[in-house]
Design a protein around this ligand. Structure first.
Ligand code: ZN
Length: 457
């Protein structure tokens, strides 16, 4: 949805639960259920969540107007994950092949390598983003032992659903209660695979659930949140029948593994594209509930099918149909095929600021092909104490350039020459914490660019 921040109040949120929770069918995703539990603990949570979207948006705009955006765009992140399979029957004990198909699908979806991007309507194609987040199976467990990244736990529990209203326990996350304790949730993305079905033919199945890192710094509150970043409940839960690609157990509409993609979207801070309106169970709203994302069109409610002309909210000028292609809608495996650019930015922002123990940052300058102007790229910035500064000078010629280092008051510190179009490392270990400037100059002394560098933070 476009940038329109919440006019939803916790009060009307709870009222809608009271009025509707007994009569509506459950959604396939348990996010709303999780959100309700968070709001009971912290009624101001939506305001905090909105501030995250606002801050991420402001940062994105800042970067878009800065040469540093190029550096930001050439980083990608790799998240170690572990699948915990909790099973009672051999059918629930999914094969490694099925789990690997899920793992591969996640990497395709988050790197925009999924084949089904061809189905994205032309009106939305340019918004589809490479999130530049990748996943790797954990190679070592928390005790330092080698692992396949898949654990298997035989459980006495028939199901982790506890009623046909879609309520479920979180016992799958507890060894003592028939599940498997999380691996350090700061360091690993834990994905539990278990049975969430209440019973054959019963309403109430939830295919997955996850919540954003609500207890992260700057999100306010008293610290007593349900799902802090280091909370052992933090992670993603998936119903075993919808895991993987072409899982023989999956209903026809859930054959691509997109539920996992959707839930990791929540885990990294995203809401549903209809903004989780005034009625969290039906998802309906008055077209004024924002998901905090400016490049997803407004939608009044979720879509579970993909009609090309469905447009539940008239946005006036620049009106667009509902973005059923978005992974954060409910059409998921039918036509879900994209995150938008701002959704991608927001997830990366959450990683950079709230789930900071998870990602390994990587530099991938070579994916940036624009050498049309002389340009200094540095990474990372701000620079931690004793961290190396990577430098690259992009240039249409392959000459040598000088980089002068000056301090915050303009005092010269040193200068060195660097070859263009290759990655170099600048020794900055000896620099005291503070603000510096790097000045890129041509060999004849012409100043090309002044770049701020912060050391220590
Ligand atoms: Zn959801």
């Amino acid at each position: 949805m476009k940038k329109l921040f919440s006019i939803l109040t916790p009060l009307c949120f709870f009222m809608s639960f009271a009025l509707n929770s007994q009569v509506q069918p459950m959604p396939i995703c348990g996010y709303d259920h999780e959100l309700k539990k968070i709001l009971e603990k912290n009624p101001n949570f939506l305001d905090f969540q909105n501030s995250i979207f606002e801050n991420a948006y402001q940062k994105q705009m800042l970067l878009n107007n800065s040469k540093r955006s190029i550096v930001a765009d050439t980083e990608y992140y790799e998240i170690p994950l572990v699948f915990h399979v909790i099973y009672k029957t051999s059918t629930q004990n999914l094969s490694s092949a099925i789990i690997m198909s899920q793992f591969n699908a996640l990497n395709e979806d988050f790197r925009k390598r999924n084949a089904d991007t061809t189905g994205i309507r032309s009106i939305f194609k340019s918004l589809a983003a490479d999130v530049k987040i990748q996943f790797k199976l954990a190679a070592t467990d928390p005790n330092g032992n080698a692992t396949s990244g898949i654990t298997r736990t035989l459980s006495a529990k028939n199901t982790f659903a506890i009623s046909n209203t879609g309520a479920y326990s979180e016992d799958m996350k507890s060894t003592a209660n028939g599940g498997m304790d999380a691996w350090n949730p700061v360091k690993y993305l834990n994905i539990w695979i278990c049975n969430l079905d209440f019973g054959p033919g019963k309403l109430g199945i939830v295919y997955g659930f996850a919540v954003p890192p609500t207890g992260a710094p700057n999100w306010g509150g008293n610290g007593n949140f349900l799902k802090d970043v280091d909370d052992p409940l933090s992670g993603v839960v998936l119903h075993y029948e919808i895991v993987g690609v072409n899982n023989p157990l999956s209903p026809a509409a859930y054959k691509k593994g997109n539920t996992a993609t959707h839930e990791i979207g929540h885990y990294l801070g995203l809401r549903h594209i209809w903004g989780d309106g005034t009625n969290p169970f039906t998802g309906q709203n008055n077209c004024l509930q924002s998901d905090g994302i400016f490049d997803t069109p407004f939608a009044r409610e979720s879509n579970t099918t993909c009609p090309s002309n469905r447009n539940t909210c008239n946005e006036g000028v620049d009106d667009k149909p509902d973005m059923t292609e978005n992974y954060m809608d409910y059409a998921l495996d039918v036509c879900g095929a994209m995150f938008t650019k701002q959704q991608a930015f927001t997830m990366r922002y959450v990683l950079q600021n709230f789930r900071t123990g998870l990602p390994n940052r990587k530099i991938n300058y070579d994916t940036f092909p624009d050498y049309s102007t002389n340009q200094l790229l540095i990474y990372p910035n701000p620079l931690k104490e004793n961290e190396k500064l990577n430098i690259r000078i992009n240039s249409p010629t392959s000459g040598t350039f000088t980089i002068k280092l000056i301090d915050a008051v303009g005092q010269f510190i040193e200068e060195k020459k660097y070859k263009a179009n290759q990655l170099s490392v600048m020794d900055t270990n000896w620099l005291a914490n503070g603000l510096y400037f790097l000045i890129l100059t041509e060999e004849n002394g012409t100043v090309i660019q002044k770049q701020k560098l912060i050391v220590g933070y």
